[in-house]
Design a protein around this ligand. Sequence first.
Ligand SMILES: Nc1ncnc2c1ncn2[C@@H]1O[C@H](COP(=O)(O)OP(=O)(O)OP(=O)(O)O)[C@@H](O)[C@H]1O
Length: 222
Amino acid sequence: MAPTVLAARGVGVSYGAQWALRDASLDVAEGEFVAVVGQSGSGKSTFLHALAGLVVPDKGSVTLGGVDVVAASDAERTRLRRERLGFVMQHGQLVPELTLGQNAAMPLRLLGATRRQALANVMPLLESLGVAHLASRLPGEVSGGEQQRVAVARALCARPAVVFADEPTGALDSANGAVVAAALRSSAREAGAAVVLVTHDSGLAAMADRVVTMADGRTREP
Ligand SMILES: Nc1ncnc2c1ncn2[C@@H]1O[C@H](COP(=O)(O)OP(=O)(O)OP(=O)(O)O)[C@@H](O)[C@H]1O
């Protein structure tokens, strides 16, 4: 059994008097692909944000790569995200003025690589995702599925320990969604990254190593 890279226990997040997340727990092993499923409003996105240190929980603990995410300062959480985590959201959130190559290479630039180094490092990943030939185009000049494959390259290029994907295929038709999801799984496996995937789509969840179901702000494993 691979060592645990992410551990969450009894996590709760409240907005005023309302608990968006009541009691969520999860262990993710290095390189493991976990899907989090559940009805709309069950707390999936809030849990993912708490796991990634984007929201500070009001109760419970989150440990990521040995770092106590709840106790860490904002600056430490930012550094953790930059150095150890990758993100793929529903809409790629690519910067419209930058080429696809520059978008994909952004995490490497933020870690100090020169423009040329960053681009050279990300090209093999774009190649394996089948979008290297589009590297000099702008996001507005390619399809949604191609944009999401670039977002996958961006999430993985800095060799993160964990990639968080929130409905990464939600804006795509099912055929394109399946291509992007398969690309995410194979690229993450190759890069040795664990994946936490939030999805409504049971077909997508079926490709995970393990599925965690959420209901009413709580996690439930079969
Ligand atoms: N910023 C916020 N302020 C107040 N309530 C919130 C906030 N964010 C989420 N909630 C509430 O917390 C609950 C969980 O929301 P969350 O977005 O985590 O669910 P979800 O399972 O991801 O839903 P969906 O599948 O529709 O995206 C919902 O009842 C939601 O209305």
